[in-house]
Design a protein around this ligand. Structure first.
Ligand SMILES: [Zn+2]
Length: 470
């Protein structure tokens, strides 16, 4: 049924929504809308966006606040209740583990169903499949067999089968971390690209090498771009900031060029000059200084807060386990180049364990909005929101129709919403104290349920849905 235009405002006014966000500054990166509107929510869905006042059973005064689509983090290693709390307080409504991925996939989803604060999902991980098949003793990243030796033909077959099973179970693509599996041959990797192409799922890849070393970021990009071109697989290159460092402009030029030639390639960055990883991983095999662009004193041992020396480096590397290390290897200038480039999606690469880790786990999105948009004007507010919501949704929507209803603020979209104070939003997590909630997110809704209200985390709710490929 169609109503004449004049009658619509009174129809809207006559209805009572479950929740109304009154007169906020609504920003929708898909339509470009940037104006004062009231948002009516029924159940799990945005039902109306109105220029006039509308009524709700719950009415929230959003005057002076920005109302944006909830953020979608493509690179969230932290997939525990602890991590989901920091995500929600940073405006994230969907947190996905796509780089390392998981294996087996089905069990991983089942463990979170009905219990998660935010939406969740994962790729089928080559790393965990390779570790299981090759009997590596690492707990998250390879530390011996899967990084030190080649897979036999039988093992390769078993790894491929495990990844394929994950795709069959609805994994959101395939995760590859070539820097962590340096003994995986170019052929093993190309075979996996063929598999991803067959299933029409993107490959999310941490490239083989980075920086200006030989091989460095140029050769590493050439490998995965070539694999995408010959296989037809879509490709997402994770954390271009920490891979390319001072070669960031050249790396972005290569990705831009591949896209101009018709390849489906995207990339992401996090807004920090330091990265983080496991000291026992292949990232710190001999030659790491050149590849990562740093020396011992650029490494911060998370457990104690100390900077490393040659002696403590060897000691902690042998100790391994869940030993996390922060690597100071980039410059503010290159971080700005990465996050302001129109190609680049914002993604955290974060994960906290008992409050320890990298501040990106808790502060990525508030830091982009507070430091890089408001203070440094490195990018506009609508661009930052686009990079944090619409662009990651678009990366996934060809295989996951659910994502077509996320990353947008319009009638019919899922009610995943972040409401923040643009004058005060800021990250509080630091390298010394990473477990600090961001400030400024006043309301965050996941599927129509408040997970943050009046700036406070809501207890006892679990509205997060599983995001799968279909
Ligand atoms: Zn990585």
């Amino acid at each position: 049924m169609r109503f004449p235009l004049w009658i619509i405002p009174s129809l809207l006014a006559a209805q009572t929504y479950d929740v109304v966000l009154q007169r906020g500054r609504v920003l929708d990166p898909e339509s470009g809308l940037d104006g004062v509107r009231s948002v009516g929510i029924n159940g799990k869905t945005i039902a109306a966006i109105s220029t006039g006042p509308i009524r709700g059973k719950i009415e929230i005064d959003a005057a002076g606040l920005v109302v944006a689509p909830g953020f979608i983090d493509l690179h969230s290693h932290g997939q525990t209740p602890e991590n989901y709390r920091y995500k929600a307080m940073d405006g994230v409504t969907t947190a996905l583990e796509l780089e390392v991925g998981v294996s087996p996939v089905s069990e991983w989803y089942t463990a979170r169903e009905g219990k998660a604060l935010v939406n969740f999902g994962a790729s089928a991980g080559h790393i965990p499949a390779r570790m299981a098949v090759m009997k590596d003793t690492g707990d998250f990243l390879p530390r011996d067999a899967a990084m030190n030796r080649r897979a036999t033909p039988e093992e390769q077959k078993a790894i491929g089968a495990a990844v394929q099973k994950g795709l069959d179970e609805g994994a959101l693509g395939m995760g590859l971390g070539l820097a962590y599996t340096p003994t995986a041959t170019h052929e093993e990797i190309l075979d996996l690209f063929y598999l991803a192409a067959k299933w029409k799922r993107p490959v999310f890849v941490h490239m083989r090498d980075g920086g200006s070393a030989m091989p460095g970021v140029v050769e590493s990009l050439q490998e995965v771009i070539a694999d995408a071109a010959v296989s037809g697989a879509s490709l997402h290159i994770v954390h271009i900031n920490s891979m390319a460092q001072k070669k960031t402009p050249e790396a972005l030029r290569m990705i831009d060029g591949a896209r101009a030639r018709g390849l489906d390639i995207t990339t992401e960055a996090y807004p920090y000059i330091a990265g983080a990883s496991r000291l026992e991983s292949a990232l710190f095999n001999p030659g790491w200084q050149e590849k990562l662009g740093g020396s011992y004193s650029d490494l911060l041992w998370v457990a104690t807060g100390e900077r490393l020396t040659a002696e403590s480096f060897e000691r902690y590397r042998k100790q391994g386990g869940s030993g996390r290390v922060v690597i100071f290897g980039n410059t503010e200038e290159m971080v700005r180049v990465a996050i302001s480039n129109p190609l680049v999606i914002i993604a955290s690469d974060g994960g906290l364990a008992n409050g320890k880790g990298h501040p990106r786990s808790a502060g990525t999105y508030a830091r982009v909005l507070g430091k890089y948009v408001r203070e440094e004007k490195a990018l506009t507010l609508i661009d930052a929101i686009r990079k944090s919501s619409l662009m990651p949704a678009e990366r996934l929507e060809s295989m996951s129709p659910t994502m077509r209803r996320k990353g947008r603020l319009k009638a019919g979209a899922d009610a995943d919403i972040a409401v923040f104070d643009p004058d005060h939003v800021i990250d509080k997590a630091t390298f010394e104290n990473p477990a600090q909630y961001s400030e400024g997110f006043r309301y965050v809704m996941v599927e129509g349920t408040f997970v943050v209200r009046d700036g406070r985390l809501q207890e006892g709710v679990a509205p997060g849905q599983a995001i799968r490929a279909q």
